[in-house]
Design a protein around this ligand. Structure first.
Ligand SMILES: *Cc1c(COP(=O)(O)O)cnc(C)c1O
Length: 396
């Protein structure tokens, strides 16, 4: 590969880095060393791949969406079925990778923070599988909104610690998790759920999610013939882990056009939005420099999206770089458009997608008329919609 970011210091262009309290610098360096040696170790990789196979259910299918393709009458559309993973989305790929690393480092206590609860559930699942202690920080406002996920985590044996400070949401839970980590670095491993956070997390999460793109590459050639590459890749972006997972193995293939779809909420020109790449400005959140939503006073603006998993005021630093370097095109999709996407895939393919995924589906309206017969679109179906039925029914 010629694309070889991040740099040693953890930068993607001017984005990324390690903006953390001094005391955590040696901890991040220890993590980086452990990760590098693990990733080079065939035994570690085999453990990780065996678990993905045996427990997560990989490889996930690459399904030809024939009715959806016919509906547009242009390029052929394939769906990469991360919705078929154990727990219903791609997040488990990363949780398994990080817990294996924690075990290799001899850390017996896992902490995480969660907003909507999906990363909390993936982490609690992996911890149950390995029999390690799991503490999940969650804002009380989020706990109220996502009761079912709180109950899932508890059923899986995790302790959910309520966070009462600030806006009682994700960023406050993140602050508490970092505080815990600073205090308990000896025995504690902090599992971050998206391609965000201080170096080496964005790189590590990307590499644990690149399995999505690696499988896509192989499966598409099996289906369409040796040498076939997708013409278009589509994925939704919250923090950016499912998107970078499918994009990364294709970054050097210039013919592959990539689109990241972010949540515009009620509109990128309103304050009820999560369209970080469209309207954000550079700033530091969660330990790295990237685009952020700010309010008029320069404080971090709370994000809004109908999909809990995209409701994040930041974005992984690699996506900030990929936007600035114009390798990937990012576009905002509103709540309303996403809801149309849910209906379309449900009716035409018998697949109820997650609301996050629906943002990528909605973009087909714009993309497909520009495509030609004979071209191939692969859309990353990041998760299933069962979890969103309450929100979907309410909206309809
Ligand atoms: C969490 C989640 C997302 C958003 O997270 P990324 O890190 O941007 O992938 C997207 N889809 C589903 C189904 C999710 O659970």
């Amino acid at each position: 590969m010629t694309y070889n970011l991040p740099t040693k210091k953890g930068y993607f262009g001017s984005f990324g880095g390690k903006f953390v309290p001094e005391i955590l610098i040696p901890v991040l360096e220890e993590l980086e060393k452990a990760y590098d040696s693990a990733w080079k170790d065939e035994a570690f990789r085999n453990d990780y791949l065996d678990l993905l196979d045996d427990y997560v259910g990989r490889p996930t299918k690459l399904t030809h969406a024939n009715r959806l393709s016919e509906y547009y009458g242009k390029a052929k559309i394939y769906l990469k079925r991360e919705d078929l993973c154990h727990t219903g989305a791609h997040k488990i790929n990363n949780a398994i990778g990080q817990i294996l690393l924690a075990r290799r480092m001899g850390k017996q206590r896992i902490i995480a923070e969660t907003g909507a609860g999906q990363h909390g559930v993936a982490t609690a699942t992996a911890c149950a599988k390995f029999g390690v202690d799991c503490i999940v920080y969650m804002g009380t406002e989020d706990m109220e909104r996502q009761k079912l996920n709180v109950e899932r985590m508890q059923l899986l044996g995790a302790e959910v610690r309520p966070v009462e400070s600030g806006s009682k949401t994700l960023k406050d839970a993140t602050n508490e998790a970092i505080r815990d980590w600073v205090t308990n670095v000896e025995d504690t491993f902090y599992i971050i759920g998206s391609a965000v956070g201080p170096h080496p997390y964005p790189m590590m999460v990307r590499n644990f999610q690149r399995i999505i793109g690696d499988e896509t590459r192989r499966q598409l050639m099996e289906a369409e013939g040796e040498g076939t590459l997708p013409d278009y890749l589509l994925a939704c972006v919250g923090g950016g882990s499912n998107a970078i997972g499918i994009f990364y193995p294709f970054i050097d293939d210039e013919s592959v056009r990539m689109y990241g779809l972010e949540a515009a909420g009620l509109g990128a020109d309103t304050d009820q939005t999560a369209a970080t790449l469209t309207i954000g400005r550079p700033g530091v959140l969660h330990g790295s420099l990237s685009y952020l939503l700010h309010n008029k006073e320069g404080q971090i603006q709370l994000a809004h999206s109908i999909s809990a998993g995209l409701d994040y005021p930041g974005i992984g630093p690699e996506h900030a770089y990929l936007q600035d370097s114009a390798r990937v095109t990012y576009a905002p999709i509103t709540d309303e458009q996403a809801m149309e996407g849910v209906k379309l895939l449900s009716e035409l393919e018998g697949i109820i997608p997650a609301l996050e995924t629906a943002h990528a589906i909605a973009y087909l309206e714009e993309l497909m008329p520009r495509t030609r017969e004979g071209e191939i679109v692969v859309l990353n179906c990041s998760g299933r919609g069962d979890k969103d039925m309450g929100t979907i029914s309410e909206y309809i």
